[in-house]
Each structure stands twice: as C-alpha cells, then as structure tokens.
Design a protein around this ligand. Structure first.
Ligand SMILES: Cc1cc2nc3c(=O)[nH]c(=O)nc-3n(C[C@H](O)[C@H](O)[C@H](O)COP(=O)(O)O)c2cc1C
Length: 358
C-alpha cells in the first residue's frame, strides 16, 4: 500500500474524531490524571481516562477538569464486569500469609473489596457525554450501546484477538483498539481464562484484524516512539494508542521509583501475571512478581479478590516508593518512555513517524 494511502487513512480518522494527529493516550486506570489527558489533547491527540476505580462523582470531576483545560477530544473507559468470582477461603488464606511477608498483615475481609458500581459509572458516562467511550474485558450490553449511540457518543472496543474484533464489530463498535500482548497493564481479553494462552503480538494481530473488520483499527501495545507509530500505521492502524510511553511524563505523577524503573526495563524484564489483581497483566518483573510466580508460591485468588488482598502491600509500597512492592505495570517498550512533558512526547512521536513515512 502506498504511503499516501496510509496517511490518508490516519487523516480520515483524525478528521472524524477531531484530532490533529493520530496519537492517543491509552486509558490507564489509576494513571490518567486530568492534566495528562489535557496535555495530550492540547498537543492534538486524544486524552483518556481509565475510570474503572472511579465513582460517578470522580468521573464528573475528571471530565469537568479536562473540559476546563482543553477543547480537544477524550475517551472514558470502563471494564465490562465478570460475574462474581467463586471464593476459596483456604486459597485466600495462603495468599494472605504470603502477602504478609511483603507488606502489612492482610485483613480476612480484604478480598471482599468490590470495584465501584458499573451501572452507575455507565450513567455518569452518558451524563458527561464524552466524544468517545471505550470498553475492555468484554462488550458493553446492547442497551448501553444503544444509549451511547443515541447521544452521539462513539464506542471503541478494546480487543486482543481476531475473534473478539469480529464480535465487537457485530455488536456495533465504531472502532476496535487492537491490544498486542506487548501492552502494559491488564490484558483486555474478554475471557480471562484464555489470556495467557492467546498472547498475540501486535505485528501479527494488526494485519489479521484489519483484514477481518471494516471499521477503523487503532493499534496499542509496545508503541513508544515514532518507529512504533509508523509501523502501526503501515500495518493498517488508523491511529496509535500509547500507554507506558506516557507514564514518565511529569503529568502522569507516577511514583518516582516506578517511573525510574521504566527507563531501565528491557522487554524481557516484564512479565504477564495475575499476582496483583487476579487478572493477567504485564508489569515489571519486580522482586514481588518473581517471588509470587515462583514454584511453590500460592496461586493468586481470582479477580477482584486478589486486588483486594494485595491492596495493603501496594499502598505501603507506593508510600515507601519501594519498587519491589509497587504495582509497576509496564509494557515491553518501557525503556523507550522518556521523562518529557506529555505534549512534547506527542509532538516527538508524530514528528519521528512522519519522517519515516515521507
Ligand atoms: C498503568 C496502566 C493501567 C491501565 N489501565 C487500563 C484500563 O483501565 N483500561 C484499559 O482498557 N486498558 C488499560 N491499560 C492498557 C492500556 O490501555 C494499553 O492497552 C496499553 O498501555 C498499551 O501498551 P503500552 O503500555 O505498551 O503502550 C492500562 C495500562 C497501564 C500501563
């Protein structure tokens, strides 16, 4: 395909969503403060919010802050919830005992902590009416999709296999966001039990998804410099979504030990494991991750029980700025992330990509 067609595809996507350039901040629960989204949107890209852990009031406040700081577009993102997990107290006790060697004693009811009410979060999305709402870990219920569309809100579905992309298009998604297994944070698989078996890299996933659906495809996972952006567009992407590549920006306000560690994390220094939340996610292979995945370590409890069980250790680790106990999510291209203002990162990535594509 001629480079002119590649650029025309990206330009059409930008025109449709009010972007000046095809670089998107990835939704990252707990790591998308409003100033980060504002900086990316003001640089011409798409701002984002991973709202998984936010109450409706927090969602409204985030949107108000972003709208006060930019007239650019942004997305709000939610996890589609799984049915409640089956509890196994003996297994949880083994995890609690293990975690007590890494952080504070884990209260017996720590695993009961549930994420905020999904239906109430969906209502906050409809009320605040962002240009884009995205889903991950499954597809939104048809009634919610219909209400989004009635309000003129686009639905972008995160997928990590061809089958998920086809299902998302059939369910009415306007865009699919193809997440390669290089990605930092949780794998967005609809069925967590298949997440480790179905690890597809972005170079194989992108062309396969582009050939399987008619809607635009956004690429995400391991893109953190202009080479990655240019390659993603050549593989058929309409835009590149970047997560870890923005985490060292001052606006991300990451724990310093985590931000520093990203800069020296090679691709092989990250791991996909369930040891933080019970769902598979890619993090730096810290001491805790290595110990908790070693033979003989207690198997993690299911999501979100494991998230509750590790909360004390994670909070203590963040407070102490101790990388061993921080939930240090990281994609495989972490070392490409630079400690630059987010707007400069956006401009640099696009400048580098354009040089390669012209
Ligand atoms: C700290 C962190 C939190 C994340 N939280 C979410 C989330 O809440 N929802 C979501 O769809 N994806 C989430 N992701 C995944 C990103 O949206 C995206 O797929 C990933 O960052 C792309 O890979 P990269 O980190 O190599 O750029 C998260 C990623 C990170 C690093």
């Amino acid at each position: 395909m001629a480079v002119a067609e590649v650029m025309a595809r990206a330009q059409a996507f930008c025109a449709r969503f009010g972007l000046r350039l095809p670089i998107l901040l990835a939704p990252m629960a707990g790591a998308c403060p409003a100033p980060l989204a504002i900086a990316v949107a003001n640089a011409g890209g798409l701002g984002s919010c991973g709202a998984l852990l936010m109450s409706p009031e927090q969602i409204r406040a985030w949107v108000n802050e972003v709208r006060a700081g930019t007239s650019g577009p942004f997305q709000l993102n939610l996890w589609v919830p799984d049915p409640p997990p089956e509890r196994d107290r003996a297994r949880e006790d083994a995890v609690r005992a293990f975690l007590a060697t890494w952080g504070p004693a884990v209260p017996q009811d720590a695993g009961d902590a549930a994420p905020p009410d999904f239906a109430a979060q969906c209502e906050a999305f409809l009320e605040t009416a962002p240009p884009v709402v995205s889903s991950v870990m499954g597809l939104y219920p048809p009634e919610f999709v219909a209400r989004l569309k009635a309000r003129g809100i686009a639905w972008w579905a995160n997928i990590s296999t061809v089958a998920e992309a086809v299902a998302a298009e059939a369910a009415g998604a306007d865009v699919v966001v193809a997440q390669g297994m290089e990605a930092g944070g949780h794998r967005g698989c609809f069925d967590a039990s298949r997440a480790e078996a179905e690890m597809v890299g972005l170079f194989a996933l992108m062309p396969a998804v582009v050939d399987a659906v008619r809607i635009p495809v956004v690429a995400t996972g391991g893109i953190a410099d202009g080479r990655g952006v240019a390659a993603a567009l050549m593989l058929g992407a309409s835009a590149a979504q970047v997560g870890t590549g923005f985490l060292r920006a001052p606006e991300a306000k990451l724990a310093p030990a985590w931000a520093d560690a990203l800069g020296r994390t090679r691709p092989e220094d990250t791991r996909v494991s369930r040891v933080f939340s019970g769902r598979p996610g890619r993090s730096i292979a810290t001491d805790y991750v290595r110990a908790a995945t070693a033979p003989g370590a207690p198997p993690p409890a299911p999501y979100p029980v494991q998230r509750g069980l590790t909360a004390g250790m994670r909070a203590q680790g963040t407070k102490a700025d101790d990388i061993s106990r921080i939930q240090a999510w990281s994609g495989q291209s972490a070392a490409l992330a630079r400690a630059e203002p987010a707007g400069e990162i956006v401009a640099r990535l696009w400048r580098e990509a354009q040089t390669l594509l012209t």
